[in-house]
Design a protein around this ligand. Structure first.
Ligand code: PMV
Length: 351
């Protein structure tokens, strides 16, 4: 028998937090202990491409990432699929004309990352954002990016921020059911078009402590953590939103670096301690510090997630100084490896 195959494809870019999400108040729903804020890179740079198809000819749901079969039975992935199918079922039952019952068909999801997976380059963020949007498009759901962010959050917390471009905040929310723990746009990428991000791949290897287990241990054991979640971050969220609205790079950069350091300090303060940065990461910090010192102002700002790779934010007017300096140094130094084994200085414009 012939079976229809329904299909939809989408891209979701990586987002890099300048105010870090680290700590869950509810590990099942991925509800965070603090709000966070990130910059979404352009989709021509680091991104996931995902195609979702469904058909009665498939025997079960499946997920392929970079050509490899993935475990689709994890609670995170199942939560996303369940929410999306529920919304589709609602559409099918409320529609005035008969709709195909896609909600009951097995799904086949095929994803490709154009960057190293799980090396602290926010692969799960782009991955779950693309998965959720591809299926939402396939199901023709009338869901807003905010609603989709609520679903993607359950796949991976940071994924909720990749449903918007530009400058994106994730409100921690107050409710226990997570209905208000969603992302919103602070400003579109076009608001600050000369913002640039340089991604320095120090290692393309998988990180040794997953963000989920790392955060859990930090929340349980770090004495620095409560002050960070309750006082430091709420204050910085306000300052950061203002800096973005006013295109104040000095403040943007200062908070970005302080946030990265605060996050990695709570990691070190975790028992057993978590080390995401390595010697190469620290060398990058020193380069940024000396660039800023020489300029007499903040021209470059580093940030590191759950891995040793650096993201350096800077403005287009300082391209030669910042990107030029890194290219010069990387030409000689070992330790910076790209997917193909050579030094990577992937310069990423945001739009
Ligand atoms: O979304 P997760 O569970 O992969 O956690 C991401 C945590 C950081 O990348 C370190 C910070 C952030 O806000 O993205």
């Amino acid at each position: 028998t012939e079976h229809n195959v329904y299909r939809s494809s989408t891209y979701a870019p990586v987002n890099i937090a300048v105010i870090k999400y680290w700590g869950k108040r509810d590990p099942t729903l991925n509800l965070p202990t603090n709000s966070s804020l990130s910059v979404t890179l352009s989709q021509s740079d680091l991104r996931t491409h995902t195609t979702a198809t469904c058909s009665a000819s498939y025997t079960s749901d499946s997920l392929l990432l970079n050509g490899k079969d993935q475990d689709i039975s994890t609670a995170r992935t199942q939560a996303c699929l369940r929410e999306l199918r529920t919304l589709r079922r609602k559409l099918e039952s409320e529609s005035s004309h008969p709709l195909p019952e896609l909600s009951s068909l097995p799904l086949k999801i095929v994803s490709e990352n154009n960057f190293p997976t799980a090396a602290g380059l926010a692969s799960s963020a782009a991955g779950f954002a693309a998965l959720v949007r591809a299926i939402a498009d396939l199901y023709e759901l009338p869901a807003s990016p905010t609603e989709l962010s609520r679903i993607a959050r359950q796949g991976s917390g940071s994924a909720c921020r990749s449903l918007f471009g530009g400058y994106v905040a994730w409100n921690k929310g107050e409710k226990d059911d997570g209905s208000d723990s969603v992302a919103y746009e602070v400003a579109p990428a076009s608001h600050w078009p000369d913002m640039r991000a340089l991604v320095l791949v120090a290692s393309a290897e998988k990180k040794d402590v997953s963000s989920t287990s790392g955060m859990q241990t930090t929340v349980k054991t770090s004495s620095l953590f409560p002050a960070r979640a309750e006082q430091v971050v709420p204050k910085r969220m306000k300052e950061m939103e203002k800096a973005i609205r006013e295109k104040d790079f000095e403040t943007f950069g200062r908070i970005t670096m302080a946030e990265s350091n605060s996050f990695h300090a709570t990691c070190l303060d975790t028992s057993p301690p978590i080390f995401y940065m390595n010697d190469t990461s620290r060398a990058a910090i020193r380069v940024v510090e000396s660039l800023n010192q020489a300029a007499g102002k903040v021209v470059a700002a580093y940030t590191f997630d759950a891995g040793p790779n650096a993201v350096i934010y800077y403005l287009a007017e300082n391209e030669a100084e910042v990107a030029g300096t890194f290219k010069c140094i990387l030409g000689k130094k070992e330790g910076w490896e790209g997917q193909k084994g050579k030094a990577v200085t992937a310069k990423k414009a945001l739009n």
